[in-house]
Each structure stands twice: as structure tokens, then as C-alpha cells.
Design a protein around this ligand. Structure first.
Ligand SMILES: Nc1ncnc2c1ncn2[C@@H]1O[C@H](COP(=O)(O)OP(=O)(O)OP(=O)(O)O)[C@@H](O)[C@H]1O
Ligand SMILES: C[C@@](O)(CCO)CC(=O)[O-]
Ligand SMILES: [Mg+2]
Length: 303
């Protein structure tokens, strides 16, 4: 017996890190997917060709295998499985590889076991896996990989799907990761040392995210770039930017982007830039040193 499922990667437009402190955030699914196939086997094997991973053990663990091991534990009575993961995104790029993998694997396992929990329950189960593995995680990444499209996660943790034309966006990524769990822990430490200052920073990110949401609902993308620049300044204040990410952010702006910021956890990973009428210029400029692409949105969630 064999079952497959796939889920999209994501880009956070506004509110990463603040979302861990119950602030709202906006994310979009992007046209790069993680596909998981599970099939009957005499012992448990995991293959992830894009990462060169071939692993055999009853309980996969270590790095990205932690997410797989934790998902398998959700199915107590499960027999051994062959698990194959095809990833169209690099792991640790800030584009939600962990969430897309977790959602796709839960989808494939549900199908394999003849269960259908529905999207709300799938997103909730995947979120619990991210929390268990990372220590802290917002429900944003797993929600967007489950639902696809565009999501506004409000301060009560409710998922609001919405539609908007995002205009021209470019994503560029590095080959190394800051590791989401480590970056989230770094922000928590700064919060512990300077609670008043960090609290105000998070409140200001909330205002930026809510302003962007209001404008997107009116299909007004004009202020997106400037709002991204405001958000980037505060991500820098949180300590999640690096020299290289800052160079990417400024390279995009120099090439004509209306605004640009880190997307995801920072430390390494990716940036996103709003590039009305100048996508090709920005992609060309960023591709000299990094890997850049036009971001394609309006993507299906878990299928
Ligand atoms: N090149 C790699 N090869 C194998 N595993 C990797 C690699 N890069 C990252 N990982 C593992 O993949 C998992 C997910 O990485 P990480 O949390 O940095 O990123 P992500 O989920 O892609 O991004 P984000 O959550 O910020 O959107 C981690 O367990 C990390 O150890
Ligand atoms: C940094 C963070 O806000 C986004 C990672 O994609 C962490 C999270 O939301 O769990
Ligand atoms: Mg992740």
C-alpha cells in the first residue's frame, strides 16, 4: 500500500518572530512544494534525495528527521514505513521546509491509515509537532502550508484566509540557515533582558502588520515596500539580521525594490522584496551573489 500528499512552502510577508508573542502575521504560500510518499515496508526508512539523507531506524531523529519521528509517534499502532520526501525548497531557507514537510507527512499518513482529520485538525497536529521539536513555534507556518493562499493569523490565533493581488515580489535565499529554533531562542533571551523595549518593538510590528492587512484587503499594494522597510528595521532590532542578509536587503532596494526585508526566522535563510515594475532588475542584481526568483503565489494548500 502507498499514499502521497504534498504541501507548499511559504513566505512571511509581515510579523515573523512577533507572531511567537501572539502578535498577528501575514503569510503567503509559494509555488514550491514538499511531497511525501509513504509505503508499506519491513522496516522504517527515510529518503530525502535533495538533502542526501538515507536513514533507517524505528524512530528517525536528528535535524529535520526530528519532525518525521514526532509525526510517526502520532500514529501509535503504526507498522514500519518507507518514507520518501521530495523537496522543491532548500531546508533551513526560512521558506518553511519544516512546516511543509510536517503537514505533507501528516496528510500522507492520514491517507495511508484511512483517516481524514480535515484541515483545522491537520494544521493543529502539525503545529504541535513544530512546538515539540523546536520548543516554541507559532501556528503560522503550519497553517499556511495546510490552507495555501494567503493567511492573516490574528492575535487570538485565528486563521483568516483572504485574497489579494500581492503585486510583484521577489524572494532570494542563502544556502545556510540560522536555524529557526535558535533564532526564536535568541529573541526570547533579548525579551528576558529588555522586556519593556522588546514589548514595544513587538507592538510596533503588530501595527505594521495590521496596516499592511488593511491595505491588502483594499487591494492597495502601494505602501507594501515602505511597510517592509519598517518591519526590517525592527527585525534588525530583534537581533535576527546578519551582515549578509542586510547586504541582500540593500541590494534589492538599490536595484529598484520599493522595500525589502527578511522573511522567516533570519540568521541566514531568505529575504523578500516588493518590486513593482522591476522584478527582472532585482532578480538579476540579487542573482549575482545569491539565488533569487520571482515569487509565485495563490497556491493550493495540502493536496
Ligand atoms: N542542508 C540541510 N540538510 C539537512 N537538514 C537541514 C539542512 N538545513 C536545515 N536542516 C534542518 O531542517 C530543519 C528545518 O530548518 P529551519 O528550522 O532552519 O528552517 P525552515 O523550516 O526551512 O525555515 P522557517 O521555519 O524559518 O521558515 C532543521 O531541523 C534543520 O536542522
Ligand atoms: C520566526 C517564526 O516567526 C517564523 C519562522 O518561519 C517562528 C514561528 O512563527 O514559529
Ligand atoms: Mg520551520
Amino acid at each position: 500500500m502507498k499514499s502521497s500528499a504534498s504541501a507548499p512552502a511559504k513566505a512571511i510577508l509581515f510579523g515573523e518572530h512577533a507572531v511567537v508573542y501572539s502578535k498577528p502575521a501575514i503569510a503567503a504560500a509559494i509555488d514550491r512544494r514538499v511531497t511525501v510518499t509513504v509505503s508499506e515496508s519491513s522496516s522504517t526508512h527515510v529518503t530525502i534525495p535533495s538533502l542526501g539523507i538515507r536513514h533507517s531506524s524505528e524512530r528517525p531523529s536528528g535535524g529535520i528527521l526530528d519532525y518525521i519521528g514526532r509525526c510517526l509517534e502520532l500514529y501509535h499502532d503504526a507498522s514500519p514505513l518507507d518514507i520518501r520526501v521530495e523537496m522543491e525548497i532548500p531546508a533551513g531557507s526560512g521558506l518553511g521546509s519544516s512546516a511543509a514537510l510536517t503537514v505533507a507527512l501528516i496528510g500522507a499518513l492520514d491517507r495511508y491509515h484511512g483517516r481524514d482529520h480535515g484541515p483545522g485538525e491537520t494544521a493543529a497536529r502539525a503545529h504541535r509537532v513544530e512546538v515539540d521539536v523546536q520548543g516554541a513555534a507559532s501556528p503560522l507556518d503550519t497553517a499556511i502550508s495546510t490552507y495555501g493562499g494567503l493567511v492573516y493569523l490574528d492575535s487570538q490565533r485565528r486563521v483568516r484566509q483572504f485574497e489579494a493581488d500581492l503585486g510583484d515580489l521577489v524572494i532570494a535565499h542563502l544556502d545556510y540557515s540560522g536555524e529557526t529554533a535558535r533564532m526564536v531562542a535568541g529573541v526570547a533571551e533579548r525579551f528576558r533582558r529588555f522586556p519593556d523595549i522588546m514589548g514595544r518593538i513587538m507592538d510596533t510590528v503588530e501595527s505594521i502588520t495590521n496596516t499592511a492587512y488593511r491595505e491588502l484587503l483594499r487591494n492597495n499594494t502601494e505602501p507594501l515596500g515602505e511597510l517592509m522597510n519598517l518591519n526590517q528595521g525592527l527585525l534588525d532590532s530583534m537581533g535576527v539580521s546578519t551582515r549578509e542578509l542586510s547586504m541582500m536587503v540593500y541590494e534589492a532596494r538599490n536595484a529598484g525594490a520599493a522595500g525589502s526585508k527578511i522573511t522567516g526566522a533570519g540568521g541566514g535563510g531568505s529575504i523578500i522584496a516588493h518590486c513593482p515594475g522591476c522584478v527582472d532588475d532585482v532578480v538579476t542584481a540579487l542573482n549575482r551573489n545569491w539565488k533569487a526568483m520571482r515569487a509565485e503565489f495563490s497556491v493550493k494548500g495540502l493536496i
